[in-house]
Design a protein around this ligand. Structure first.
Ligand code: GLN
Length: 318
């Protein structure tokens, strides 16, 4: 059997099994909670669960509430990291953020004062991602935010991606903890520039609205080492994608990354709006949404769905 035929068969198998997997995983929605610390996120449908999976030829399988629009939140941190690496190179970026998991919550600032140097542990916790936002090139806040949005549009191959204004405003109004972290980092000499301008870039990229198919296409580029396999265009240097995927394995699911690596075994990044971006390297890009979250802030049904799929399809990298 040719490799091509094998992959096609696998997608058909996923398509056939998907309704059962979705039904089983959806049972968990009741056990979780929709994020409400950003008030606008509290309106998301708690029972929703959707997925879109795309292969290198653009062939897709999708199901459930895959048509739901939601904001990327922390998933965006992967792509701002990539943009900052492309703008500044590795050395300048890793002078200001570390490479290690924290074991703490995504919005914790505990270790900022406890360890020296006082740089954030990694670019996927809020403190690290805010520093990354300060490293995005551009002559003004608007230019930095526009460049970020344009980069996301190119990766998703979707020019209509935009910032959800209601979520952006809601986050900006209630971000006392993120603001306090940013001021602390500024005082430490880690964050340069105007704190409010940097936070504006950060709130905007967290509030970029997507659907599962957009996450799947963005993930596909990472699954193929920075080249969009559908257009053949190289969008990100391979080395930077390697860095991003490693962070996804070690810190992408916050302080549940170890368990996710054992149970699912794929690089992934989640967000508090309930999205999960993941991939089967060299094969598929995957976007999932399920706004009901577990205690660690990951989509409760989304994680269960990915566990089931990865185990049944034998996708773990390990
Ligand atoms: N975990 C998340 O998705 C957090 C992102 C959110 N915008 C915040 O700063 O709190």
């Amino acid at each position: 059997m040719s490799d091509q035929l094998f992959k096609q068969d696998e997608l058909s198998l996923v398509q056939n099994r998907l309704p059962v997997w979705l039904e089983e995983s959806k049972q968990l929605c009741d056990k979780g909670k929709v994020a409400s610390y950003i008030p606008e996120l509290a309106h998301a449908p708690r029972q929703a669960l959707g997925i879109h999976l795309m292969d290198a030829s653009g062939k897709s399988v999708s199901g459930g509430d895959c048509g739901l629009s939601f904001t990327m939140q922390s998933i965006s941190k992967i792509f701002t990291l990539l943009l900052a690496l492309m703008d500044n190179g590795e050395k300048a970026v890793f002078d200001k953020v570390g490479m290690e998991p924290t074991g703490d919550n995504f919005n914790s600032m505990l270790k900022l004062e406890l360890v020296q140097p006082g740089i954030p542990f990694n670019p996927l916790i809020n403190a690290g991602a805010i520093v990354i936002s300060s490293l995005i090139a551009g002559g003004s806040t608007k230019e930095k935010a526009d460049r970020t949005l344009q980069f996301f549009r190119t990766l998703a191959n979707n020019d209509s991606l935009s910032v959800d204004k209601a979520v952006y405003e809601s986050e900006a109004e209630t971000a006392d903890l993120n603001r306090s972290m940013a001021y602390f980092l500024k005082d430490n000499g880690v964050l340069e520039g105007d704190v409010n301008d940097v936070l504006d870039v950060y709130f905007r990229h967290c509030s970029i609205q997507v659907q599962c198919k957009d996450l799947a296409r963005m993930a596909l580029v990472l699954a193929f080492d920075g080249t969009d396999p559908i257009t053949g265009v190289n969008l990100i240097p391979r080395r930077y994608v390697q860095i991003a995927k490693t962070f996804m394995v070690t810190c992408g699911m916050y302080n549940a990354s170890g368990e996710f690596a054992i149970e699912v075994g794929l690089p992934a990044k989640s967000g508090v709006a309930g999205g999960i971006l993941t991939m089967v390297p060299g094969r598929y890009g995957i976007g999932v949404v399920g706004p009901s979250l577990n205690a660690k802030g990951n989509s409760i049904a989304g994680v269960h769905l990915l566990e089931t799929m990865s185990k049944e399809m034998d996708w773990s990298l390990f």
